[in-house]
Design a protein around this ligand. Structure first.
Ligand code: GLN
Length: 233
């Protein structure tokens, strides 16, 4: 069965540094990660081409909304609010939000220790939404930043005491020795999906779903995820 996406070339926007979903391989400088590998395999399976724009999360979402990119894959949570502007693929990964602090910090043990302090979260993300909700009860300030790398840096250099981000990303970073530690339980979050602008690029969305199903059936999906998360997911 041929898909309507076959032979076409699509521009797909993504985040900059969101390891292990999208990041630059330190050795080659090339964009790699679970999202990149899945998208590449799906495109091959369905016979379409992709050009990746690594622009940051908020910028990627905005680009698709503005019709400047055809789709976004960026560890993007499928939420009811976003469904008003975007059509999502079948979910491909379960996520959630956690809080991390500097590994040298022994003062912050939970949200109640954040009173009067500043935390960072990525602008326009679910992590930011979770932080905003907690901030009312626990009386802390939130600084919005555009990149996970910058957020982690500001926690390490003391500009902020904590960061709210997706737990698979935080866990991966901590494991890689990024100087942070995780101190709270997961706040259950949404599942990741590939998105197109609502009622646009329907054939691309269908091809993504068909390709994703093929990758799951063939075991390739598990292979990709395990190659980054070592089966620990
Ligand atoms: N999963 C989060 C969201 O959808 C964060 C995505 C990201 O930072 N790339 O809001």
């Amino acid at each position: 069965q041929t898909s309507g996406a076959q032979g076409k070339k699509y521009t797909i926007a993504t985040d900059t540094t969101f390891a292990p979903f999208e990041f630059r391989d330190p050795a080659t400088g090339k964009l790699t990660g679970i999202d990149m590998d899945l998208l590449k395999a799906i495109a091959e399976d369905q016979g379409f081409e992709v050009e990746i724009q690594s622009v940051g999360f908020q910028a990627a979402v905005t680009a698709v909304d503005a019709g400047q990119a055809d789709g976004v894959i960026a560890g993007m949570g499928i939420t009811d609010e976003r469904k008003q502007k975007f059509d999502f693929s079948e979910p491909y990964f379960d996520s959630g939000i956690q809080m991390a602090i500097s590994e040298n910090n022994d003062e912050i043990k939970g949200y109640e220790d954040l009173e009067g302090k500043t935390v960072v979260a990525k602008t326009g993300t679910e992590g930011e939404a979770v932080a905003k909700e907690l901030a009312e009860e626990h009386n802390f300030r939130i600084k919005g930043l555009d990149q996970s790398a910058t957020m982690y840096e500001s926690v390490k250099n003391g500009t902020a005491v904590a960061v709210f981000d997706d737990y698979p990303v935080l866990a991966y970073g901590v494991e890689q020795g990024n100087g942070l530690k995780i101190v709270t339980d997961k706040v259950p979050g949404s599942q990741y999906g590939f998105a197109v602008k609502k009622d646009h690029n329907t054939e691309l969305l269908e091809a993504f779903n068909a390709g994703l199903k093929n990758l799951k059936d063939s075991g390739e999906y598990d292979k990709v995820v395990d190659s980054y998360l070592g089966g620990a997911s």
